[in-house]
Ligand binder design. Sequence first.
Ligand code: MN
Length: 231
Amino acid sequence: MPHIFDAAPIPALQISGSEDTIPVRRILCVGRNYAAHAREMGKDPDRDPPFFFAKPADALVGDGETVAYPPETENLHHEAELVIVIGTGGAKIAEANALSHIWGYAVGNDLTRRDLQLAARDKGRPWDMGKGFDRSAPIAPAHSAASVSHPYTGKIALTVNGETRQEADLSELIWSVPEIVSILSHSITLAPGDLIMTGTPAGVGPLVPGDICTVSIEGLGDLTTTIGARV
Ligand code: MN
C-alpha cells in the first residue's frame, strides 16, 4: 500500500574516514552513570540498576553544525558522552557477549533543556521534552571498534569557548559498556543502528547563543557544536 506522505529520510551517522554511513534506528540514553554527576544532580551515586530514556533518531546532528537555541527553555545544558553504536542486534545479550554486538563508538553531546527535565523529574513526569527535542543529539563521525578497540579508559572532556567544563575518565562509568548493552537488551531488543549515549560526567552547565562547545574523547576525536540564535 502506498504511503500517504513521503517517508522521512533515515538519519545517517557519518563514519570517520569513510563515505559510508550508519542508518540510525534509535537513540537510547543512560541516566546518571558517573558518581560525581549523580551528586551534582542531587542523587546518590549508588549501584541501583541503570535507567534509560530516548531521543528521536532525527534529533541527530552532525559534527560542526549549528544548533539553534531551542524554544521553551532558559537553561540549555551540555553533556559530554561516549556513544555506543550497535552493529548486531539481539535480546537478553550476556555481558560476556556484549562487545560482539558493538560496531563502534562516537563522541556525543546529550543536549538537555535542564529546566524542563528537572520540572518533569520532580513531578514524576516523562523526560521527553527535556531531552528529546529537535536537534538535541549532536554526534561526531563514528569509529569502528576494529579501528579503535573498545575504549574502557581514556579522557572525556568538554570545553565551551575553549574553557574546560567537564573532564573525567571513561573508567569512571558506574555501569560499563558491556553491562549497559546487556542490561538494556534484557528490556528491549537491540537492533543495528541503535545508538546508546552512556551518560555524562560532572560539570554539566549552561550554553548560550554564540557558544562553541567541543566534546573530546581520547582516541575518538572531537565533536564541535555552535549554539545559534533562539528559534
Ligand atoms: Mn546524558
